[in-house]
Design a binder for this molecule. Structure first.
Ligand code: CA
Ligand code: CA
Ligand code: CA
Ligand code: CA
Length: 318
């Protein structure tokens, strides 16, 4: 099938020599894996610019389709929430696509070497002169706190209302590793799960017995001093402050109620998982290296790329 498409394409290119301009509809690299390499440089105003080359190699036909992109956008690290990341493929060095035909086998090092290897030789090259590139980045945020996102999306606040951000720190419950904002991570607050993964509110630890399990209770021992403030050394970890070892930490001991006035959340870590980039090209015009041949692609699905999980650390505003 690929061979057929290649032959079809080759015929069209040859025909295009006659009139110099043709719309091609079967330009197919769809079944091939996407790979990429990148380098980083810092521009004059300290912006980090990443120079990417995403490429596909057809080893049966010795062809490649590759795009070069220099951008500060976090295309591999953050969802494109306000629409796709979009780039102009016009005649500029920051973003363009090349379609190449070689005289021999191209390996994966070809695009990632600082100096292009002497072989294979590029027999023909077409570079984009017009068009646009869109990248839709999707992924799922997760706090890896042991509770499935679907069961902690909505948690009940002290007034009995279901909320997506229980502690109001700007990080939704599904990727907030400290849901109640008491500086004790949820996975250290005695959550008990049912066999289906949902939260067992009755069995989960409730130190003061007020009906609100510790992971959603910001005063775990019910002594009137918020857990976050029962932090004698003020290291943003109430778990290592114990006056009476026979009872436990001060935040779980209602006989100790000293308010140390902590006004900072601990550093939060969360993850972006299952990251997928969907890459499309539209209205592309490729011009041959001698300038005599033009290939037009109204729509071209470059492909999908799965990126590694990202780790994000931040300190929410108190
Ligand atoms: Ca939150
Ligand atoms: Ca907590
Ligand atoms: Ca409680
Ligand atoms: Ca307390």
């Amino acid at each position: 099938m690929k061979k057929f498409l290649y032959l079809f394409f080759a015929v069209i290119v040859m025909e295009s020599c006659d009139d110099g301009d043709l719309i091609v509809t079967s330009f197919d690299f769809t079944d091939l894996d996407i790979n990429y390499c990148s380098t980083v440089n810092i521009d004059s105003d300290d912006t980090v610019i990443t120079n990417y080359i995403f490429y596909k190699i057809n080893s049966e036909t010795n062809e490649s389709l590759a795009f070069t992109l220099s951008t500060s956008d976090p295309i591999l690290e953050a969802p494109s929430t306000t629409g796709a990341y979009t780039y102009n493929l016009g005649n500029n060095a920051d973003s363009f696509i090349s379609y190449r035909i070689y005289n021999g086998t191209v390996d994966s090092d070809y695009f990632c070497s600082k100096i292009p290897p002497a072989s294979p030789v590029v027999n023909q090259e077409y570079i984009s002169d017009e068009g646009s590139l869109t990248i839709v980045t999707e992924g799922d945020y997760n706090d890896r706190d042991g509770i499935d996102s679907e069961y902690e999306m909505l948690l009940e606040d002290a007034d009995g209302n279901l909320t997506e951000d229980l502690d109001g720190d700007g990080i939704p419950n599904i990727y907030d590793f400290d849901d109640d904002g008491d500086n004790v991570p949820t996975n250290q607050e005695g959550v008990v799960l049912n066999t289906d993964g949902s939260i067992n509110y009755e069995e989960s630890l409730d130190t003061d017995g007020d009906g609100r399990p510790n992971f959603i209770d910001n005063d775990d021992d019910g002594d009137g001093v918020l857990t976050i403030n029962e932090d004698a050394d003020k290291d943003l970890n109430p778990n290592n402050d114990t006056t009476d070892i026979s009872v436990g930490q001060d935040y779980l001991n209602n006989n100790v109620s000293i308010d140390y006035g902590v006004t900072t959340y601990r550093i939060h870590t969360y993850y972006l998982e299952d990251i997928t980039l969907t890459i499309n090209i539209s209205n592309a015009v490729f011009v041959s290296d001698n300038g005599e041949e033009t290939i037009r692609q109204q729509t071209l699905f470059f492909g999908e790329y799965s990126a590694p999980d990202q780790t994000i650390t931040t300190t929410p505003a108190f």
